[in-house]
Design a protein around this ligand. Structure first.
Ligand code: PBG
Length: 308
């Protein structure tokens, strides 16, 4: 009765990794309980998502083949557009969010165009805008640019507006840190950079003022939801962003945060469910309106049982 913070199922977003083919259900080695799914299997899984009352899914595509410009990321028949059309047909009320980035589609694993061994910001913007537009045309409800390219929110907003998608909102990965907690995700999406790191475009984990500035810039460019990522090592950033943001704030409880708990759970060192619940509560308490988490499903089940 006197509990100050409550988790509700409608603030949770479940991420999915979608692969080409049929009947594909490959468990991700470093993320027990998470799978790369083909579209038919994704549809099966999402029955459960909807049944549990989860409102939204976040899609990541893993293409058949990758190239220097990430062309599979903005192909009209690419993996995310195909998955989106199938999902919207089967579950019209499920909110489909598409991650907009090129690192899953480039052979070098960086988030945009690379020239002379360096990511080039401005040449990347057009491709990211094109990717967002292709996803809009496929019917996504929300686009979520995660490349940390300067000006990406504006470039995407302009491209969407010009094509008539004036009502399609943007959830911006505004304060995204260059974090080692993404390790398992890069296994899952096969997107580990072939050379170098992402420190040139993602933020230094030491910086909170810079994070607030990144959020302000994305708001000016038209972000409708701003995100802090990762969540747990950045709860102070999340708290400050939630105080200043005029729009809803999302937090990404990333792959490494999930894998640590699963690993310790498997070893019998931690009570997985309770630790996950505590983590999600801490993210909510710090001010997140929305939480993207690989625990979405287990948390929704716990909420339904009255355990969370
Ligand atoms: C794409 C992207 C990444 C994640 C979300 N979108 C990887 C990265 O930036 O390297 C990480 C999510 C996770 O770790 O769960 N840029």
């Amino acid at each position: 009765m006197v509990r100050e913070t409550r988790l509700s199922v409608d603030s949770l977003i479940e991420p999915y990794f979608v692969v080409p083919g049929k009947k594909e259900r490959r468990e991700i080695a470093s993320m027990p309980g998470q799978f790369q799914l083909s579209v038919d299997e994704l549809l099966r899984d999402c029955e459960k998502t909807v049944e549990l009352g989860l409102p939204a899914v976040l899609l990541f595509g893993i293409p058949e083949s990758k190239d220097a410009l990430g062309t599979a990321g903005y192909a009209a028949e690419g993996i995310v557009p195909v998955a989106t059309r199938a999902l919207k047909k089967e579950f019209p009320e499920l909110v489909v969010i598409a991650d907009v980035c090129l690192c899953e589609y480039t052979d070098h694993g960086h988030c945009g165009v690379v020239e002379d061994g360096e990511l080039r910001n401005d040449p990347s913007l057009g491709l990211l805008a094109k990717e967002a537009l292709v996803y809009a045309e496929a019917g996504v409800d929300l686009v979520a640019p995660s490349a940390m390219a300067d000006g990406q929110v504006l470039a995407i907003r302009e491209a969407l507006d010009a094509a008539g998608f004036v009502d399609l909102p943007i959830m911006s990965y505004a304060a995204k840190f260059a974090s080692s907690f993404y390790g398992p995700f890069r296994d899952a999406a096969d997107s580990t950079p072939a050379f170098g790191d992402r420190l040139g475009y993602q933020m230094d984990p030491a910086n909170v003022r810079e994070a607030l500035r990144e959020v302000e810039i994305d708001l000016e460019e038209g972000a409708d939801i701003v995100m802090v990522k990762p969540a747990l090592a950045f709860l102070d950033v999340l708290s400050q962003v939630s105080e200043m943001s005029p729009v809803p704030v999302a937090a990404y409880n990333v792959s490494g945060e999930y894998s640590m708990v699963k690993a310790a759970g498997q070893l019998g060192w931690l009570d997985e469910e309770r630790v996950a619940a505590e983590m999600l509560l801490s993210i909510k308490r710090a001010g997140a309106d929305l939480i993207i988490t690989y625990f979405a499903r287990s948390a929704a089940a716990a909420i339904a049982r009255g355990d969370l």
